[in-house]
Design a protein around this ligand. Sequence first.
Ligand code: SF4
Length: 294
Amino acid sequence: MSASPEVLTRPAPSPERPHAGRAALSPSRINDFKQCPLLFRLRTIDRLPEPPSPAATRGTLVHSVLERLFDLPAGERTVESARALLGPQWQELCEREPAVAELFADDAEAGAWLRGATTLLETYFGLEDPRRLEPAGREMLCEVELPSGVLLRGIVDRLDVARDGALRVVDYKTGRSPAEQFAGSALFQMRFYALLIWRLRGVVPRRLQLLYLGDGQVLTYDPDEASLLATERTVEAVWAAIRRATLAGEFAPRTSRLCDWCSHQALCPSFGGTTPPFPADGAERLLGVEAGSA
Ligand code: SF4
């Protein structure tokens, strides 16, 4: 992700982010809470660090290369340019987050991992031709407060605007496309982004597009107002559940096959661990209120 994402917010007294510092819901935080309330708590309230993983780091690297690619004049956005950007972007990432440089035992392992990133970029060029695109925004940090007071936040990888004003939201995924029974969470993420853009710009995006670079698949969704209103109600219901759990200080573990990838098993009762006490200022951190005051 970009170190300095473009900010797109509602007009505010200050051009700076009016909601900076406030807790907000993003698709990943909603997924965390639905997957396992304890995981949500440890990540979002306790704010425990998690070690970088090769897969997530590769995602960050490929995203930054694709973002930089669009800095180039249209005619120079070739696969060769993308390959040439990979090394410098990797160096930049290592300087910004030194822990990622420790992911690999030796140069051979790092080289194989980088070749995997190259393959993902090559797959991207099989899905679209960036020389024909002129994005209106990249790595856009979007924030919007719903009428109910719930704050939404998300980073939109790319926003395209057609000549007739139609909006297309594009998201890059460096994994493989989900099987049909698991497509619900990808669809929810797309609707969430569409809701953000709709509430910010007053226009329902015509198309949402997920580009899966892991297997070269494209998932599209054309939203309408009714589906976005339903998404808004879902988001508000999740926020209400998070609020109740936070005020009570109760976040139960919920096991699933995703536990295999959880960094917090040592703190999870389901795996014989002991969860630390709920932070005394947990409600204040998340809701801006003291427990018991609401
Ligand atoms: S190990 Fe599983 S149940 Fe425990 S916190 Fe992590 S995701 Fe939740």
